[in-house]
Write a protein that binds this ligand. Structure first.
Ligand code: HEM
Length: 151
């Protein structure tokens, strides 16, 4: 088996896939943990996003642990995250403008923490997920005002 002297081991349901993604992107679990912590440090200080999170998250440690698992699953296919992000976001008081701000902070942090290939990798995934969460929020709002659910 190929052994990379620099990469830290990471728990994964698909170890070969995860190892290949780590080699390709330069990402590892420690880097994702740094990304998550620095990103939410900025989010919490952000005048617009900070209060939205503060109203819902009192204990940050479990959220940060979950987000590192989420990014391991999304970026390195570890399969470690088990949750339902769509449900958790469906009723948030946010529009696409909030997601754009979220993405500005995320892109900036990824650029500071990850090598260029790794930054492109996580940013592309964040952009895709932000769009799909925003669609889910718009759908939930439409359903609440009695729109046609299947349209
Ligand atoms: C305006 C943008 C966003 C806001 C205000 C927001 C807010 C929140 C809040 C308040 C929670 C905690 C929910 C709870 O525990 O009840 C949460 C959880 C989470 N968020 Fe976001 N979020 C945003 C964007 C995103 C994006 C773009 C992603 C992914 C790329 C994301 C991924 C997650 C995940 C994975 C969780 C954990 C869900 C679980 O409990 O399994 N969020 N978010």
């Amino acid at each position: 088996m190929h052994h990379d002297a620099h990469a830290q081991p990471i728990r994964s349901a698909r170890p070969a896939m995860t190892a290949a993604l780590m080699a390709e992107t330069g990402l590892d679990e420690a880097m994702l943990a740094t990304l998550v912590h620095r990103f939410y440090d900025k989010v919490r200080l952000d005048p617009v996003l900070g209060p939205i999170f503060a109203a819902r998250i009192t204990d940050w440690e479990p959220h940060l642990v979950r987000m590192v698992e989420f990014w391991g699953s999304v970026a390195l296919m570890t399969g470690c995250y088990h949750g339902s992000p769509v449900v958790k976001h469906a009723d948030l008081p946010v529009t696409w403008a909030h997601f754009e701000r979220w993405l500005v902070l995320f892109r900036e942090t990824a650029g500071q923490v990850c090598p260029p290939t790794g930054a492109v990798h996580v940013i592309a995934r964040a952009e895709r997920i932000a769009r799909s969460l925003n669609f889910a929020i718009e759908d939930a709002a439409r359903d609440r005002v009695g729109g046609i659910p299947d349209l």
